[in-house]
Every structure is written in C-alpha cells, then in structure tokens.
Design a protein around this ligand. Structure first.
Ligand code: ASP
Length: 583
C-alpha cells in the first residue's frame, strides 16, 4: 500500500528483513552529516519514521529539502545501531539522492524540540508543525477513532445522515455564529451548535437510528478543551429507553478506545448525579484516583464550633500521609485556593499518632467530633484532613476542585475510566428574575418516569432522563431521552414559566412537527476532539486538531479573522460600526 510510482517503501518501514533489497524512499531531509569527502549521511523522514541513508552523490541537500533516495538496504556497521529508532538496525547504502524540491530553512526544528516553541508560531507554520512525529501520530489516532466510531455505529444499524450547516438562529443554548443571507439583506442563518433539531426531526421522519460525525460551532470563549468548531459523534434513536442509548454509545467509545490502544476497557459503570457530587464534588469525576469526599454534617449537629454550627453541609477529604508534606505555607495556599473557589474558609487537621489532631481549630472540636472524623474517614496517623463547611453545592465544588488539584494524574497516565452520570436533576437553581426553576439540560428532556407527579408539587426534586459520559474527569458529552408528548411538554414549559404563546413563538418550528407523530426517542453526542486528545495523551484538544484556532480565536496561519471589502458588505446590506472609542 505504501509503494507508489516514486517510492518502493516508506522510510519507517525498513527492517533487517529488507537487507539486500534495492529500495526508493521519499521524504524530507531530517538531518545531514558529512562523512568524509565523498559521502554524507542523510536522514530522510516521512510520516512513518526516519531512515538513515549513506549517500555517495553528495549533492546540496539541506534540512527539509524534499528528496528521493534510491539505494540498497544494509545492516548498519557494528557500534552504530540505534535502538531508539524503529529502523535503527539498518540503513540505505550506496544511496543516490534526487532533490524533488528545495526548501527554505524552517522557523523551528521539525522534531520534538518544536514542543517548546511558542504555540502561535507553531500554528502560524502548522504545516511544518504537523510534519512532526507527535502530530502525525495524533492525526492518525484521530482517523482511527473516526473509523472505529463509524464502524461501531454502522454495525448497530445507525444510518449516517448529513444535516445542514446553514440553520435558523435559535433562542437557547450557546452563542451562535451568524451568516448574513445575501438574498435577504438583514436576515441571517446561524451555524449549527449541534444538529439537535434536525436529528429529532429525523426521528419524526422514521429514520429510527441516526448518526453523524458532525461539525458543531459555538461562539464561546476558548479553553484547553474547547474550540469554536468541534466534532461530535451525534446520534439519535427511536423507540428506546435510556439504557438503549447508553449501550449504543458505550459500544462506540469502547470500540474507539480498543482501536487506538489495543485493549477494550470493561463495561462502563453508571453513577447517579447525587453520588458523583457527594463522592467527588463534581459531575465529571476522575475515577483514576481516590481522595473521595466524606459527608460529616451530622457529626456536628450540636457542635460548639461556630464555623460548623450553621453550615448546611460539612464534607471532608483525607489525604493519606500528607501531614508531613504540607507546611504552613502550603496550607495557607490551599486555604486561599478554597476561598477563591467560593468557600468561607478551609479547616485542616493533621492526624497525630494518638488519635488527636493538630490544627488551629483543634481546641474547638469536641471528643465525639474527633472520634467521628477518625472513624468516618478511617484516618491514620500522618494523614491530612481538609474540611469545608458551607452550602451543599459550595462544599462539593470546593472540595471537588481541591481533590483534582491534589490528586489528578496527567492525561497521558491512563487508565481509561469511563463513567455514565445519570439521574441529573431536571431543574438546577431558579431564575433570578422569575424565581422559576431553570432546566438542567434543556426543556425537551424527559423527567424520570417515577418523578413526573412531582413536576407541579416539588419541581426541584424531579430527576431527568439526561446523562453525561465522562472519561478521566473530562465531560465527553451529554444526551437525554426527549419529550415526545405534547401534554408533558406543556407541563415542563409551565414549570419554567413559559406559556403556550411563548412556547409557540420560540419553539414552534421545532415542536409543531411532533404533532405529526413523534416516536419516543432519545440521543446523545460526544466530543471526538476530547476523546482523541485523551487517547493520544494530550492535555489540549488543539494538539489533535489539524488546524485549530488559538486561545483567542485567531488562526495565525491564514491570518483570520480578517476585515472584508466594502463591496462584499454592501452586497449583504451590512455596515460595520467604527470600533467603540475606549474611554
Ligand atoms: N445536542 C446535545 C449536545 O450537543 C446532545 C444531545 O442532547 O444529543 O450537547
């Protein structure tokens, strides 16, 4: 497969088994060293690796020249074997080099040293950056994931359907990219945040099982795990319950993981949202390490310690053996971090050999409380205990983040711990103005069947049939079983304070087609960039996207975004205001 009219082999393919064969390889000059007057060593690189060539027509070849070398594969002389290189036992001897294209010296070395080059420069010369082994590997991991996901979805009877990129602007969700419509100046399309509307209509259309490797666009601030445009495996299924969706998506991510790593992780466990919050403080727990949160609220029911007396929730984390490691300075830093995260303070206790605690607050703790902490957290001498007392969501948030700060391994340090988070609350918090419950996922999510009766009586306790897939602390994606019954949809709208008129105006285009026979359905979408980043061992999704935007949303390679000509704007009926005068 690698042979073409110009080459017989890829550079990285050659091994001892090829010794004696006359071969031609093509690629870029990785390195050139003189070897006496008439010989030169030329290392040639292509996407598969590097091969050393001993060339006897010493022509002018320099770094990154494009060359073709023809010669005979031979054993490297004793003492010159390179075990660090896959081709390190052999070389191409009697090499004849042909220059296919000369090259300007690159702005940075096209090898691992470029990892340390400023990212803007790497992105400005992305085509050189991508020539490197790490980036070639990442692109190929990505292709492997795409292929495995497609195969898994195809095998499960899903049909790949493409949905439009020019869609109506919709009044909910993330900020959109708008596209002016030339034929109707003043009107706009939006680029899709996700194919949500269309995939649900495909269910009304009787497609039964839809998937797409879909490009989604959201005009939101960029982060290590977020780009304006990103790829999702987007799926929707008819006549299903939650378990069917989880099974189908699990198959896709497990197949992708196996395709990259060679090993299939076991069945994906499920955890309820309250469990995830109570045990890990976050709804995207990283299960690769312990440091779980323990609730000790009831142990302080009658406490004399003021800071704990009025707290709705008291939680603790035990950091084994860390008492000695953490000096005053570090504990102050942890306390500052806890405060920055929203806590009023952080209580720390160092466990002494006799079962007591060393701490500025030790004198406020009663003997029963000391015993409770020791027992509940199974404290050993030398452990450090961190406690936050506050509202429940604050104790979760703060200790969940501290847990990650203290224990989270780097992304490349497996294993792959997938977990489904289920039973999300239907509503999260209340609208500041209307005091109505706010939907947790979106208002088209089915409530949990056991909780439907609570919708009017006690909406905040209603669970939803929304679920997230989490891998090593990254949220890979989310989905839900959708509402297909109009009476239930009306009740949800009523709960969040949307009347029929507003519902028709805002969501009519989406919900009216359901009147023609919407089957029960549900779906999911997960971010391929995130899955690929984790499988490639990269902390940042930009490393697994061929041409990403910088953190500030620019592309230094194409210099975009750019102003456009006035004539273009005139055609669209658009006038750009001068930049606001800064005061
Ligand atoms: N459209 C949702 C998203 O992009 C996923 C889903 O509910 O299927 O997050």
């Amino acid at each position: 497969m690698s042979a073409t009219s110009l080459r017989t082999h890829l550079c990285g393919e050659l091994r001892s088994s090829h010794i004696g064969e006359t071969v031609s390889v093509c690629g870029w000059v990785a390195r050139r060293r003189e070897h006496g007057e008439h010989l030169a060593f030329v290392d040639v690189r292509d996407h598969s690796g590097v091969i050393q060539c001993v060339v006897d027509n010493v022509v002018d070849v320099r770094s990154e020249y494009v060359v073709r070398v023809t010669g005979v594969v031979r054993q490297r002389p004793d003492g010159t074997l390179n075990p660090g290189l896959a081709t390190g036992d052999v070389e191409i001897g009697e090499g004849h080099v042909e220059v296919l294209r000369i090259a300007t010296p690159p702005p940075f070395p096209v090898d691992a040293r470029a990892d340390d080059v400023d990212e803007n420069i790497r992105l400005q010369y992305r085509y050189l950056d991508l020539r490197r082994e790490r980036m070639q590997r990442n692109l190929r991991v990505r292709a492997t994931v795409n292929r495995a996901v497609r195969a898994a979805m195809d095998a499960q009877g899903f049909v790949e359907v493409e949905t439009p990129m020019l869609v109506p602007s919709t009044p909910e969700g993330a900020r959109e990219f708008l596209v002016p419509a030339r034929k109707e100046p003043g009107s706009f399309y939006a680029l899709p945040q996700s194919p949500q509307l269309f995939k649900q209509l495909l269910m009304v259309a009787g497609v039964d099982r839809y998937y797409q490797i879909a490009r989604c666009l959201r005009d939101e601030d960029l982060r290590a795990d977020r780009q304006y445009e990103f790829m999702q495996l987007d799926a929707e299924m008819s006549f299903v319950a939650q378990a069917d969706v989880l099974a189908a998506i699990s198959e896709a991510v497990l197949a992708a993981t196996e395709a990259v790593t060679g090993e299939r992780p076991g069945t994906i466990e499920q955890m309820t949202w309250p469990d995830a919050m109570n045990r890990f403080g976050v709804d995207k727990p990283d299960l690769r390490f312990g440091l779980e949160l323990t609730d000790i609220t009831d142990a302080f029911a009658g406490t004399e310690f003021k800071a704990f007396a009025s707290a709705a929730s008291i939680k603790a984390v035990r950091v084994p053996g860390a008492a000695g490691e953490y000096g005053r300075n570090q504990l102050d830093k942890l306390t500052d971090r806890a405060k920055a995260l929203g806590a009023k303070g952080l209580v720390w206790l160092k466990a002494a050999a006799d079962g007591t605690f060393e701490s500025p607050v030790a004198k406020f703790l009663g003997p029963g409380e000391v015993t409770a902490i020791n027992d509940r957290l199974e404290v050993d001498p030398g452990d450090l205990v961190l406690i936050v007392a506050d509202e429940w969501d604050v104790t979760c948030e703060v200790l969940g983040q501290l847990r990650n700060d203290l224990g989270r391994p780097p992304v490349h340090q497996g294993p792959y711990r997938f977990v489904w988070i289920v039973d999300f609350p239907m509503f999260v918090g209340r609208d500041a103005q209307t005091d109505r419950p706010k939907p947790g996922h979106h208002p088209f999510t089915q409530p949990h069947p056991d909780d439907v009766d609570l919708l009017e009586r006690d909406p905040m306790s209603v669970r939803s049939q929304a679920y997230d897939l989490v891998l090593n602390g990254w949220e890979l994606g989310s989905g839900s079983i959708r509402i297909h019954q109009s009476d239930l949809q009306r009740r949800i709208f009523a709960a969040i304070g949307i009347d029929q008129e507003e519902a028709d105006r805002k969501f009519g285009f989406f919900l009216n087609p359901f009147e023609y026979g919407a089957p029960p359905h549900g779906g999911f979408a997960f971010g391929l960039d995130r899955l690929v980043a984790i499988l490639a061992g990269e902390e940042n999704i930009r490393e697994v996207i061929a041409f990403p935007k910088t953190q500030s949303g620019a592309d230094p390679m194409t210099n975009s975004p750019l102003p456009v000509a006035k004539e273009q704007l005139d055609l669209l009926g658009i006038r750009v205001l001068p930049p606001a005068v800064k005061g």
